[in-house]
Design a protein around this ligand. Structure first.
Ligand code: WT7
Length: 660
């Protein structure tokens, strides 16, 4: 990285270019403040107004917010709508029928375009197909698909018939997929024969077959298979069908299922601080409202924009800013099947130039790896490509360090594109804290201020608000429309995880630490405060990996901590005690490889420990608690300064430090 951070302590503020401000949806600080003031003055009125503006209601709502069952809040509850109708039919009515909805670029560079009218037809056909299969309102459908137009069609078709989709990232193992299918109680799975990324194909259908092995998945009646590569895959008679055949037999119009505003739109599993992932459940209207409104506010979307969010539909970013938000506002977007480094690390920049992208939204981990690649090979430096179409950049998933921020700003944005560093979570449904690009100056490393209507604060462990400059716990003080409604099948866990009694029971706990700048009040996210890691922008529960390691026949005990990493942000570091003597040298390397493969098989390759250290025991207090803070220090290679008087067996420290 060639950019050097300024040494002075004063904050570096970068003002939006005048021509951006002139055309911005929220233009200038006064406009931003006016929106915030409107929310402060009449919270429900503020949300009701936007809900009427952004959503076509089948039956208008009369009650904005029901707090009677807090923290199980209900928004616009007597209103009726259909999310797919809002993303598609509404666009046909607004004159967008022939507008390109999606520019799809396949791994091999092949481009397919689809208009709103064509997308509408496809969604209707699949929706009819789902109904013909007996899938309807409230049924759960698991989607295990590559990045594709069909993946988005599958999500929209579920929404159209009122079915609740649960997209499982196609990098998850058969075992993880199976757990999610069972937890959600899915009646159907939509998948593809294969997935193609970086020139390699991966079998998806056979993973689904493995996931559906007898003994727990009997409620899955159908598996629908999209033909991506044409590879021969066995179909189970009576259960499996081809997506193209299913759709071809159906008419291209389909009356949507009108559902209540609170009807569940989807479940998306994410890691928490226990071994079991949480099924984050979102509701229809509130989620749609925020997807649309944040497209306008954070992304400053305009009819002529070419929007590109590089996330996968398997994560929440791909839900809100690919499958729903861009369609809800009638935008044209790029959808990409492949990876940023294939055929070379200039792929993103090449595609920006080719498709004239105006808004580009990606993750810090991608930026960091592309910085490294272009340091090595100047031919893939963004400066070699035509990026003149860009007007706005975004970042999401983890904190972006100021050096990478400046590189992105200068080399991708040519110094004149604002960067929106958007803080949010699977649970929040959409952006929570982010610069409004035409309103406020940017500060590298800070995600600036809460969006209008979002009441974010930094508090201490008792829930008391802290003064600016003091680090604490990030909370949201009032419910907002796109918030998580519950943890699927575990309302108790929802309550305990997000509205803990320790904080008074009425503050939403994000799980991150934060600090506000003394002068500007800007938020800087300081990282998770629970046992959740962020590896390449993917959330991993340390407990989840620990329980998988502990389930291996050779392992007696394991502890997992995060370790800062140049490329992935954090890396997984595992401390392992075997049931036999501590392996050393070559043997240790072999066991470590076997354990990595085990984790990849049981969870996903993204959960593989980067580092595994063996010891005769784990450092524990006399009461038997693993000393994680100590392990974190060891993983970082820090000198140990903490009080070790409670440590049961001080001799193992040397082993943990030296073991590699
Ligand atoms: C966690 C949520 C939001 C969609 C992708 C990840 C971290 C996310 C930022 C940011 C600092 C961030 C937080 C958060 N995070 N965005 N701009 N700056 N940290 O969704 O998997 O639910 O993870 O990602 O730690 O809690 P997720």
């Amino acid at each position: 990285m060639s950019d050097i951070a300024p040494l002075q302590q004063e904050i570096e503020l970068i003002h939006p270019p005048a021509q951006f401000v002139d055309q911005a949806n929220i233009a200038g600080m006064a406009a931003y403040r006016a929106h915030c003031a409107a929310a402060e003055a009449d919270y429900e009125g503020f949300w009701a107004r936007h809900a009427r503006d952004c959503i076509s209601w089948h039956r208008p709502f009369t009650r904005t917010l029901n707090e009677d069952h807090a923290p199980f809040y209900r928004w616009f509850e007597d209103g009726q709508l259909n999310v797919s109708y809002n993303c598609l039919d509404r666009n046909l009515q607004l004159g967008n029928a022939d507008k390109t909805a999606i520019v799809f670029e396949a791994d091999d560079g092949l481009v397919t375009r689809i208009t709103y009218a064509q997308l509408h037809a496809k969604v209707c056909q699949l929706a009819n197909g789902l109904r013909a299969m007996g899938v309807g309102k409230g049924d759960r459908v698991v989607i295990y698909m590559p990045m594709s137009i069909e993946g988005i069609v599958a999500m929209q078709a579920c929404a159209r018939v009122g079915a609740v989709h649960s997209v499982v990232f196609a990098g998850f193992s058969a075992k993880s997929l199976r757990e999610r299918i069972i937890d959600a109680g899915a009646v159907a799975v939509i998948t593809a024969d294969e997935q193609v990324r970086g020139g390699k194909s991966l079998p998806l259908k056979s993973i689904v077959d493995e996931a559906l092995a007898p003994g727990g998945c009997e409620m899955v009646r159908h598996v629908v298979v999209h033909r991506r590569t044409g590879a021969s895959v066995p179909l189970v008679a009576g259960r499996d069908l081809w997506l193209d055949a299913l759709m071809a037999a159906q008419p291209a119009t389909c009356e949507p299922e009108w559902v209540g505003a609170e009807h569940p739109l989807f479940i998306l599993y994410t890691s928490g601080s226990t071994g079991k992932p949480k099924g984050v459940q979102h509701a229809s209207a509130g989620y749609l409202l925020w997807a649309a409104l944040t497209m306008k506010w954070t992304f400053d979307i305009k009819p002529d924009d070419i929007f590109w969010c590089t996330a996968d539909i398997g994560w929440v970013t791909g839900h809100t800013y690919i499958a729903y938000g861009p369609l809800a506002v009638g935008a044209t977007q790029i959808v990409f099947e492949g990876v940023p480094t294939y055929p070379n690390a200039g792929r993103f920049w090449d595609m920006v130039g080719k498709h004239r992208a105006t808004i580009f939204y990606t993750a810090p981990t991608a930026i960091r790896s592309l910085i490294k690649a272009s340091d090595k090979d100047p031919a893939v430096h963004p400066g070699r490509y035509d990026l003149s179409s860009l007007r706005l950049l975004g970042s999401v998933g983890e904190p972006i360090d100021p050096d990478s921020w400046r590189w992105y700003h200068r080399n991708v944005g040519n110094g004149n594109c604002p960067i929106v560093d958007t803080f949010w979570q699977t649970e929040t449904g959409g952006h929570m804290i982010s610069p409004m690009p035409g309103a406020m100056p940017l500060q590298p490393g800070s995600c600036a201020l809460p969006l209008p209507g979002i009441m974010a604060a930094v508090v201490d462990e008792t829930g008391k608000e802290l003064p600016h400059g003091q680090g604490g716990i990030l909370v949201i003080k009032r419910p907002w429309p796109s918030m998580i409604r519950t943890v699927w099948g575990d309302a108790d866990r929802f309550w305990r995880s997000y509205f803990p009694a320790e904080l008074g029971g009425n503050l939403y706990l994000a799980g991150d630490g934060a600090v506000r700048n003394d002068e500007t009040g800007y938020f800087t996210i300081t990282g998770r405060i629970d046992d959740v890691l962020n590896v390449s922008g993917h959330r991993m529960g340390t407990m989840e990996i620990e329980s998988v390691l502990a389930a291996h026949c050779d392992v007696a005990e394991a502890a997992v901590v995060g370790k800062p990493d140049d490329t992935t942000g954090e890396a997984v570091c595992a401390f392992v005690v075997l049931k036999r003597t501590r392996p050393q040298g070559e043997e240790a390397a072999q066991v470590a490889t076997a354990l990595r493969e085990w984790v990849a098989r049981e969870i996903s390759p993204i959960a593989k420990p980067k580092e595994i250290r063996f010891a005769d025991n784990l450092p524990k207090t006399r009461s038997g608690k693993v000393m994680r803070r100590l392990l974190r220090g060891i993983a970082k290679g820090e000198q140990i300064t903490q009080d070790l008087s409670t440590l049961e067996d001080p001799a193992i420290l040397a082993q943990l430090r030296d073991a590699q």
